[in-house]
Design a protein around this ligand. Structure first.
Ligand SMILES: Nc1ncnc2c1ncn2[C@@H]1O[C@H](COP(=O)(O)OP(=O)(O)OP(=O)(O)O)[C@@H](O)[C@H]1O
Ligand SMILES: [Mg+2]
Length: 405
């Protein structure tokens, strides 16, 4: 798929941008702070309805108009062409006093976020991708959620319900502690939580199995065949009702054996999850939080059996993160039948020659890829000749003709 037209209004430092976009690689060059990241962020925002950088959506509105106008808004809008169809996506954020309203439209018709996520699929590459390995479990869960939401609308709906039920259940746990209440009241919430939780767990499990195979291949290529990467899902309770693998190092594949086959049927996972919840009522009331469930999952990256989060060298961690992101493209392609739009923000300068080559290979297979840089020289002349070149200057983007050979 590719974006044929992009229009931004009051989006960050873009007061007004209207661009026709070619398919294939698009190289954007600009000095620091001219708007390269903002442009990629706006595309990611259309794809996921969330900003990858902003803590609050309000930050996406151009700050000059935020002060001046009574109803300040920011809009990002794009026309997207897939093999099947051409459609238009638009998100407007309107600031109404203390309230922020998000208006999402598909072909002009108002939609919920979960109805449009996954229409435009993207994979974003950032220098901080290494945090997928080095960061806290929450970073990995967020990553899984953002991938799975894009490829699976059911997942997105289950996640949204799960989070609401979790908050309500936690509130009830605190309440029960205060009132010394009866844990029978939890039964209803247990069932709700297990219903959607089981969907999340089985989908995560099966997606990780696929990512595992693809990331393993990429990692082998990137490490010149020297290293073997495995992705291993670590749910917060024993989904397979077998002994959890022991985490003594090195972790052997035999230890993971039950985890390398497809997840049990969702019904079974629901029953197991429900039993775990019921068992823990006493402790949960004392602590006021739900102790098991997908909100406590983790994902392990193992190179030759060693957990990269704990023991990886910086280079190994970077390679594992890159392999996983490259695998994400293949996963999306396999499930949706379309290669996602690639967004590479300032990543080339960080990569060595081999890694660069692999990234460029994926870029050239994609229907469209946006790559930002501060220096044309980060890309070899052959690639620059195949790409369309744009310069980004103070929130304005213009195509440039190459003056190098
Ligand atoms: N809400 C906003 N309103 C107006 N300007 C904003 C807003 N949010 C961010 N900016 C500004 O937009 C400018 C461009 O930011 P951006 O991150 O896109 O730069 P960049 O070209 O990626 O730079 P770098 O090469 O340093 O990564 C920055 O000066 C930033 O402060
Ligand atoms: Mg930037």
């Amino acid at each position: 798929m590719h974006i044929t037209q992009l229009s931004l209004t009051n989006y960050r430092n873009y007061s007004r941008l209207m661009m026709d976009l070619p398919a294939g690689p698009i190289l954007l060059r600009g000095d620091n702070a001219h708007g390269k990241t903002n442009l990629l962020e706006s595309i990611y925002f259309l794809s996921t309805t969330r900003s990858i950088h902003a803590r609050a959506d309000q930050q996406l509105i151009n700050w000059l108009i935020l002060k001046q106008e009574t109803l300040p808004f920011a809009r990002t809008e794009a026309t997207i062409k897939t093999r099947q169809e051409t459609f238009q996506l638009a998100i407007t954020i309107v600031c109404e006093g203390d309230n922020l309203r998000k208006d999402i439209r598909l072909n002009g018709v108002k939609k919920r976020a979960m109805d449009v996520i996954g229409k435009l699929t993207t994979v974003m590459f950032l220098p901080e991708d290494i945090e997928l390995i080095t960061g806290a479990p929450a970073v990995r869960r967020r990553y899984l959620d953002s991938v799975l939401c894009q490829i699976n609308p059911d997942y997105c709906q289950a996640l949204s319900r799960y989070n609401k039920v979790l908050a309500q259940r936690n509130a009830l746990l605190k309440e029960l502690y205060k009132r010394n209440g009866n844990s029978d009241q939890l039964t209803y919430w247990d069932e709700q939580l297990a219903h959607d939780g089981a969907t999340l767990i089985t989908r995560r499990h099966n997606a990780i199995l696929e990512l595992d195979t693809m990331a393993g291949q990429r990692h082998r290529e990137l490490s010149g065949g020297a290293e073997s990467l495995r992705l291993h899902y670590a749910p917060s309770f024993d989904v397979f009702q077998q002994a959890k693998p022991n985490y003594q190092l090195p972790l052997l594949l035999e230890d993971l054996a039950p985890y390398t086959t497809a997840a049990p049927p969702v019904k079974e996972v629901r029953q197991t999850f429900l039993a775990c919840l019921q068992q823990a009522h006493g402790e949960e009331i004392n602590r006021g939080v739900t102790l098991t469930g997908p909100h406590r999952d983790d994902l392990h990256f193992l190179v030759d059996g060693i957990d990269m989060t704990l023991y990886g060298s910086r280079g190994q961690q970077r390679t594992a993160a890159l392999s996983t992101k490259l695998a994400e493209i293949s996963l999306m392609r396999e499930i949706t039948g379309e290669i996602p739009v690639l967004l590479l923000d300032d990543v080339m300068s960080e990569l060595d020659a081999t890694r660069r080559q692999h990234v460029i290979k994926m870029v050239e297979q994609a229907g469209q890829a946006f790559l930002t840089t501060t220096d044309w020289e980060d890309y070899d002349p052959n690639f620059r000749r195949r790409a369309r070149l744009f310069s980004v200057i103070m929130g304005q983007v213009a195509e440039v003709t190459p003056d190098f050979n």
